[in-house]
Every structure is written in C-alpha cells, then in structure tokens.
Design a protein around this ligand. Structure first.
Ligand SMILES: Nc1nc2c(c(=O)[nH]1)N[C@H]1C(S)=C(S)[C@@H](COP(=O)(O)OP(=O)(O)OC[C@H]3O[C@@H](n4cnc5c(=O)[nH]c(N)nc54)[C@H](O)[C@@H]3O)O[C@H]1N2
Ligand SMILES: Nc1nc2c(c(=O)[nH]1)N[C@H]1C(S)=C(S)[C@@H](COP(=O)(O)OP(=O)(O)OC[C@H]3O[C@@H](n4cnc5c(=O)[nH]c(N)nc54)[C@H](O)[C@@H]3O)O[C@H]1N2
Ligand SMILES: [Mo]
Length: 765
C-alpha cells in the first residue's frame, strides 16, 4: 500500500468476468512485492491437498471433494503469501520505535514489517516493547490471572484461525480457571446463523455440503461478496450454470460473482478468455430488506399452492415440521405493499424469484454477513429456513441451508468449545472427559467483553489471533476498554494495531503460522480444522518457521495454563508433546469426534454428523420449527441512509493488501462511501466530492468520519456502503442485535453531507 500512497483515486466500473486473468495478474504483482517468487508457488501447490498439505488459512470454503484438483483462488494465494513473507520484525525494530511513534503508522505499514520473531513485553519507562523470555512471559500471565478476585475478570478472545487442538486446550484452560468468557469473531459474523438454525432445526450449522452445491437445481446467494470473500464459490456457481441450474443473487450491490467468471484452474478457458455466467437473476433489496423479500417469496409459493398442490411439499410439512398453519396465516396477513416497501423490491420481481424457487426440485440457500449483521439477523435466517421447509428442501441431496462461514476454522472453534453460552450437555461431557468442574454461568461475548473492560470488570484480555482493536465496533470505545486492562496478551504472527492499543502491562506472543512446520518432542505435528460444510481434516505446515523462537498455539496455551493453574491435573506438557493425545481426549469430550485420530487421517478427513440433515431435529418439539416473526421496519428515515460496512477485494478483515477494490472499479481509495446517484444529487454531490459521514446510534449519540469521498454506485436509494475496519468508528457499542448480540455492522443509520457544510442546508431526503 505504501508505494501507492500518492496515487490518485480512480473509479472505472469493472466489466470483466470475475477471477481469470485479472486475478492471475494481481497475484503475480503481490508475490513480487512480498519477494515470494520462489516459495510462494511451491507453497500454493501444497495448499488444500488431501492429507499432505496445509489448509488454506483464507476462507472456510470446503476443499474439492474429489481431492484431485488444485482448487485455489487469488485471495487464498495472497493470504498464504502474506504469512510467508521474508520480512521480520524483531527486537531491533521495537528498540528503534516507541509505541507512541508506531501508533502514528498506518495499519498497512504495521503489518508490512513482516513476521514477529520474539516474545515481547511492554516497558512503560521507555514506551517500547522489549524482548522477554517465554518463561517470564508465561509467569506474568499466570501471576495476573491468579491475582484476580474471580476468574470472570479475565476474557479469552479467539479469531477463527485457531486449529481445533489449540482451541480445545484454550477453552479447557478458561473453564478450568472458572470462566466461560470466550468472546470470538463469530460473535461478529455468524452468531445469528447459529442461533437461528438451532432454534429452527436443532443444529447450529448448515446442512448442505459440496455435493449438494453440485446437484441443486436452484442456488440462492444472499449477502455474500463471493468473488472476493469466498472465491472458490465461483467454481461451484459456474458449474451450476453450465448444467442448467438457476442462480439467484440477492444483494443491494450487484457483485462480481453475480455476473460471469473464468474459473481460475480452467486453463483452457483462461487461454481463450472464455467466461461462464454465474447468475440467472439478480435481485437488489434495500439494506436489511431480505426478510421481507423472503416472506414475499413464501407468500407467493403459498398462494400458488391453492391451485397447484405441487407448489408445497405437504407430506414433508406434516411429517417433519411444526407451526406451519401459523406461518401460512402470517404470510397471508402480510400485505404485498408492506413486502414491497420493506424489501425495496417490486412484487413482480419477488414473484419471479419465488417462481424460480417453486419450479426447482432442489433448492439451496447460502448467505453471509449481508444477512446476519442486522438487528433481525436471526429472524431473517429463520425466514429462509421457513421457505426451505415449505418445499421440503432439507435432508436430501441438492437442498438445504448453507451459510458461508468466514475465518478458515471459525466453525471448528465453536465445535471444539469456544462458546460463551455452552450447553449443559457439552459441559457435562467435558467435565467427565477432563476431570474438571467447569463453570455453568454463561460468559461474555465480544460486545460484553468490551463493555466489561471499559467498566473495569474485566482486567485481563487474551487475544488468540486476530486484531481485536480494529475488528471490534466503536474503535475509540474499544481502545479505551483495552487500555483500561491490567494486562493484554496478543498471540500473533504479525504486528498490528492491537499491540499498540494495550493494557498497563502487555505481551506480544509470536506463534507459528499454518504454513510452518510444527515440531514437538513427539515429532512433526499436524492440527485439524473444520470447513463451512462440517468436514474435519488435518493441516500440516511445511515451511521452516519464521524464527526459532516461535511456539505453536497449543504450546502457548499450555504455557499460560501451567502458569495460571499450578495445581492442574491436566497433562498440559504431555498434550503438547504429541497432539494425538489432545485428540484422544477430544474424542471423549466432543460429540461426533469418536475415533478422532483414525478418522482425521482418512484422505479427505471426515464429516461431522448433522442430525437435521438426517431429518432428526433436536428442537423442543422434535420437529423443524416454523417461525412467525413480525417484519422489521428497515426503511431509512427521511434525510438518513442505511450504511453497510464491508470488505474490499484487496483486504483480509483488518489486513489491507492495497487500496484497490478491483471488481468494484476502485483504485487507490478506501475512504469512500458508495451511494445511489439520486441520493448524491439530492445532496449536490459529484464523484469523489468530500463528505462527512455521521452515524446516529439508537441512544441518539453520533459519531463521524470526515473527508470521505462519495462514489455513485448501483445501489438502492436510501442505501450506502463503505469499508470496514475504517468505518467501525461509526458502529456504536450499544448498537447490537437483541436477537444475537451481533454488532449492526451492515445497518448503520447515517447522514451524509458535503464536508464543511452545515446540517440543515444540505441534508437530503
Ligand atoms: N479475501 C477475503 N476473504 C474473506 C474475508 C476477507 O476479509 N477477505 N473475510 C472472511 C470473513 S471473517 C468473513 S465473515 C467472510 C465475509 O464475507 P462477506 O459476507 O461476503 O463479507 P462483506 O464484505 O462484509 O460483504 C457482505 C456482502 O453483503 C452485502 N450486503 C450488505 N448489506 C446487505 C443486506 O442488507 N442484504 C443483503 N442481501 N446483502 C447485503 C454487501 O453488498 C456485500 O456483498 O469472508 C471471509 N473471507
Ligand atoms: N464494521 C465491520 N466490522 C467487522 C466486520 C464487518 O463486516 N464490518 N466483520 C467482522 C468479522 S466477520 C470478523 S471475523 C472480524 C475479524 O476479526 P479478527 O479475526 O480479530 O481480525 P483479523 O483481521 O482476521 O486478524 C488479523 C491478525 O491475526 C493475526 N494472525 C494471522 N494469522 C494468525 C495465526 O495463524 N495465528 C495467530 N495467533 N494469529 C494470526 C495477525 O497478527 C493479524 O494481524 O471483524 C469483524 N468486524
Ligand atoms: Mo468473520
């Protein structure tokens, strides 16, 4: 990024297919910059390869079931290369720069320093980080944790990279200490999906797998920017199109995946510039309008079923579901005018989408943050399930719900115990398998932890990966919260903002990345991960570690645990010597992990059982449950817009690779706001005019970003979009869903006015 700082911003709408040569060019530029021409391509060949390679640390899209094809993507390559950079940030660097000085650097510059090499401790006298031996670092963590009045004064954050074995040890440590304060990144992404699917179907995960993607007659993709954030989905979409399936994209923006693609590994098509369409219908609801849209589709299906019995799968509904009559009445009682107004989509278009659904024998629904990061995220996912149930699109091939998860192992983290609201059944089994007495009281999630740190109730914060200071909402409030801690510990691979926004004491603990060899006393180790579709398989690094001082994540957890729990009967040391021993305990403690060590070594690993997939519903009624929530009011008030914060093509959450967003036609600019042309005209704005964006929180408080550039975009009137994490400043800490506690990152009420103007003169309508 630094090299392009002075370049002028550009906006040139993108008319090429997604992936293909544009992606290839971007990758080679990136490899060159990271000086990885030798190792990068070799590593990439080892990625996602049956049991011999490592799992791509990028997104959670599953590996090709055939296991033969190199199914990789531009952003996965960037992500791996980012970890394997030759640059290093060691004690010399920290000695040369005070923390106050580093705080002035941009986030991209911080990460660009390379891999962390030494454990470091903050020294207040010199305002620098100084090297600290591992044993002293662990001793400090142990001392502070033991010194707390009660274990609830500590919180243990997880970013979704962490392998299953380290995850299991981490939650075990927290629970042995006596707390369920296990905030994680899924509190910000798919908490709503988990809660909705549990309520409706009794399983918190999707039921579809890649085979289902390959056999569905209709694919519905809601609120995902697939070409950037799950690029391997492009292959599934293009193949679906080739075999004649319908593909409906539901998104306020027409993203690149909703047009055409050149499948990255399809070399013949790459050579001939031959692209495949990836969409048959694009529907652009207003931000937050999806629930009304899905309700409308259900209404249309039900109306049709009065003349056409085939429109509804009555047998399925009667046999496996409950609450159908109430839902049918609710749909009938929801007027079309309300559906049109709340969705922002005409009745004709809703009916068109409904017809695609009705005419398909097998339908699959996929979604991501565009659906979940709303007040009514849970209700919307349940509404999607309602629609699926109407036609028995569950428990059979080619059908079902398929949420696209974010971080590569975020789903595995939850499976292996990162849950601030664990069930009694989970805790009972953990207690039995590990001989501990876990706490029963629910713990704090991400927003709860920030508030508790701010209020002084949480004093020790441990971040297992991630970049909490930037990823969390309300950046200045979160910074105050972290600074209020007695001790912050960040287990990281690269320097980031969370190292500079720290507690009175602070540690940076550098760990091995997923691409690196992990050698313990028992030999070379592999760790397991679970993808979006519940496949668990082994990941084995092959690169020499970035520094001989790096420890593996299981070793770091064990080091902290032994220092904090001197009387623990858990064999921490023995676990770290050989991860098979951790897996043996996991096999006893976790549902579905029986015979773990053998099954995880099968060529493609194994799939965790999904009861709902087999039409077994672990709900109170023992059936799939229809929901009957009222439609929320999502129409922006006069003068305001609804803003969704999202990722550019060239970033990985808080890691920014460049200031470009290729598929949206943007170069050299991140401080922008995409707006509807009418909304711009009403405010007297032209392309790149500078604006002040002010958010209005539920409690009436306001937060502002000045000097953003307006960009006219094909987005419904009343809606706007811009980039996280810069825009997290606008997300008020109190604005989280009452259904999921997820921050409302896709639903921020804002006013936009030309920079320097006054409120009343220019606020549009
Ligand atoms: N390259 C890359 N890959 C990634 C990530 C990354 O940062 N970079 N992040 C990973 C993580 S942790 C996650 S959780 C996922 C995130 O994957 P996405 O969910 O794709 O992430 P966002 O960029 O937030 O994009 C959300 C999409 O939702 C749309 N949207 C906004 N509001 C609404 C709405 O109200 N309704 C509908 N239907 N759509 C809406 C936006 O237009 C955008 O297309 O990706 C993962 N993969
Ligand atoms: N406004 C807004 N905010 C959002 C979102 C949004 O859509 N809008 N999305 C939310 C979502 S879905 C998520 S998941 C969060 C992301 O939140 P996080 O997961 O907390 O953030 P990342 O940017 O993925 O973390 C990057 C850091 O992880 C560390 N790291 C990388 N690899 C490893 C590893 O192998 N081990 C360890 N220990 N550390 C490693 C590096 O030091 C790097 O700097 O952001 C959330 N914030
Ligand atoms: Mo995420």
């Amino acid at each position: 990024m630094t090299e392009r700082d002075d370049a002028a911003p550009e906006f040139r709408p993108y008319h090429h297919p997604a992936a293909g040569w544009g992606a290839a060019k971007s990758v080679s530029r990136f490899l060159l910059r990271e000086r990885e021409f030798v190792d990068g391509p070799r590593a990439v060949q080892r990625m996602n390869h049956e049991d011999k390679g490592f799992d791509c640390p990028g997104c959670a899209w599953p590996d090709d079931l055939k296991g033969l094809r190199l199914d990789i993507c531009e952003n996965g390559i960037k992500h791996v290369t980012w970890e394997m950079t030759h640059k290093r940030v060691g004690p010399g660097f920290f000695a040369a720069h005070t923390v106050s000085e580093l705080a002035e650097w941009s986030d991209a510059e911080l990460e660009d320093q390379g891999r962390l090499t030494h454990p470091m401790r903050y020294d207040a006298a010199t305002d620098t980080y100084v090297p600290v031996p591992w044993c002293e670092a662990f001793a400090l963590v142990g001392e502070r944790l033991r010194g707390l009045d009660h274990p609830g004064q500590a919180a243990f954050y997880t970013s979704g990279r962490l392998g299953n074995e380290a995850t299991f040890l981490y939650q075990l440590m927290a629970r042995e200490l006596g707390t369920n304060n296990l905030p994680d990144c899924s509190n910000m992404c798919h908490e709503a999906s988990g809660r909705a699917l549990t309520a409706s179907l009794g399983t918190g995960k999707g039921t579809a797998d890649l085979k289902d993607w390959e056999t569905a007659d209709a694919l519905f993709v809601l609120g995902v920017n697939a070409a950037s954030n799950a690029p391997r989905m492009l292959t599934a979409l293009a193949e679906a199109h080739r075999r004649g399936a319908s593909i409906v994209h539901i998104n306020p923006l027409v993203e690149a995946a909703a047009t055409r693609t050149i499948i990255p590994h399809d070399f013949v098509n790459m050579a001939l510039f031959r692209s495949t369409p990836t969409s048959t219908l694009n529907v652009q609801p207003r931000i937050g309008g999806d629930m009304a849209l899905v309700r409308g589709m259900a209404k249309a299906v039900l109306a049709r079923s009065e003349d056409d019995p085939k429109a509804l799968d009555r047998e399925f509904v009667e046999r496996y579901t409950t609450g159908f009559e109430e839902y049918r009445e609710l749909c009938a009682a929801t007027p079309w005018e309300e559906i049109e107004r709340q969705s922002g989509v005409s009745r004709a278009t809703v009916e068109r989408a409904a017809r695609v659904y009705r005419e398909a024998d097998r339908s699959l629904f996929s979604w991501c943050l565009g659906i979940t990061q709303h007040e009514h995220g849970v209700d919307t996912v349940r509404e999607i399930v309602n629609l699926l149930l109407l036609r028995g699109n569950l428990g059979r091939e080619g059908a079902g719900p398929s949420p696209v998860r974010g971080h590569s192992n975020v789903q595995g983290n939850r499976t292996c115990g990162i849950d601030h609201r664990p069930s009694d059944a989970f805790l009972d089994r953990l207690a039995e398998a590990c001989g501990i007495e876990p706490p029963r009281e629910h713990g704090l999630d991400t927003v709860g932890t920030i508030r508790a740190m701010h209020g002084g109730e949480v004093k020790v914060f441990v971040g297992m990966g991630g970049n909490f200071a930037l990823a969390a909402p309300d950046t200045p409030y979160t910074a105050e919260a972290l600074r209020n801690c007695e001790l912050t510990v960040q287990v990281s691979t690269k320097l980031n903002r969370s190292h500079l926004v720290h507690g009175r004491d602070a540690l940076i603990l550098p760990c091995l990345g997923r691409t690196e060899k992990d050698v313990q006393r028992g030999g070379e180790q592999a760790t397991s991960v679970e993808d979006s579709m519940s496949m668990v398989h082994l990941s084995r690094g092959m690169k020499r570690p970035a520094s001989h001082l790096l420890l593996s994540e299981p070793a770091i957890v064990a080091g902290m645990a032994r220092a904090a729990l001197p009387d623990s009967a858990t064999p921490w040391e023995s676990y770290v010597e050989d991860y098979d021993r951790i897996r043996d305990t996991m096999a006893r403690a976790l549902e579905g992990f029986e015979d773990f060590n053998r099954r995880v070594r099968l060529p493609l690993g194994f799939r965790l059982r999904q009861p709902a997939r087999e039409l077994v519903f672990l709900t109170p009624s023992g059936r799939a449950e229809f929901s009957t929530a009222e439609l929320p009011d999502v129409v922006p008030e006069s003068g305001t817009l609804k803003l969704g914060t999202m990722r550019s093509h060239d970033q990985w959450n808080t890691t920014i690779y460049s200031d470009d967003d290729r598929y949206r036609g943007i170069s050299n600019l991140r401080t922008l706001i995409f707006m509807n042309e009418d909304d711009m005209r009403e405010r007297g704005l032209a392309l790149f005019d500078e604006v002040d964006v002010t958010s209005i929180a539920r409690d009436g408080s306001t937060r502002s970003l000045a000097g953003y550039k307006a960009v006219p975009y094909d987005i419904p009137k009343g809606c706007a979009a811009g980039y996280m994490p810069e825009m997290n400043v606008l997300c008020a800490i109190g604005d989280h869903s009452t259904q999921s506690d997820q921050p409302l990152m896709k639903n921020v009420t804002v006013t936009v006015r030309p920079s320097g103007s006054t409120d009343s003169a220019t606020a549009g309508d």
